[in-house]
Ligand binder design. Sequence first.
Ligand code: 13P
Length: 256
Amino acid sequence: MRTPIIAGNWKMNKGLSESVAFAHDLAPRLAPFTTVERVVCPTFLALAAVADELKGSNIGVGAQDAHWEAQGAYTSEVSAAMLKGIAQYVIIGHSEVRAYLNETDERVNKKIKAALAYGLKPIVAVGETLEQNEAGQTASWVSGQVRGALDGIDAANMQNIVMAYEPIWAIGTGRNASSEVANHVIGGTIRATLADLYGDSVAQAVRIQYGGSVKPDNMAEFMAQPDIDGALVGGAALKLDDFAKLVEIAAQQKGG
Ligand code: 13P
């Protein structure tokens, strides 16, 4: 059975003190739901302090990105090597990084390899634009992103990788993909591509999240789908009650 994983991507929200205070309040709210893996991804600014705050809780911490080089002349970047010992997860290939920071499949691939080398678990985000979706290109695009991201990564590493399907048109828009459609892409495209690359038993073991306007109102529908193993959450992860509710729903429906 795949352990469900709910990750909150705080994006560029919450400063240092607000992040720490939020983590402080969140920990006891999430503590009971031990059958679900729970992760928060603050900004780099707050990452170490949040990790410190959550030490001893069973809540994981993730970065929102990581460079593949260990160190060097890469102004503004933070490396996977630097995150070792602070974060357990790192989001790689988020559509906002792809769109605003010229992220490419090749860079995503290098970042995943570096993250794995430093013992971080990548949460690899893929997803299509509205235009691609309307042109019927979702399957070919998403499958291509999965293949590009995982190029040269062997089956043994797949147990440390989480995939996230985030249709770009559903992110921050309030317009979520229907749970059936999300399940169809996650099972029929992403898991099928993993099966093609690594075989069925590896593909069946990889956790794949849905992301895009996940809220307490629609969480149960997503968690009822067989191929959806959790959620990557933006807006609703910024609110204590909402994020706690998402985790509670995941525990009820998928927590065994
Ligand atoms: P929203 O939940 O705000 O739509 O954001 C989703 C997302 O991009 C998580 O990475």
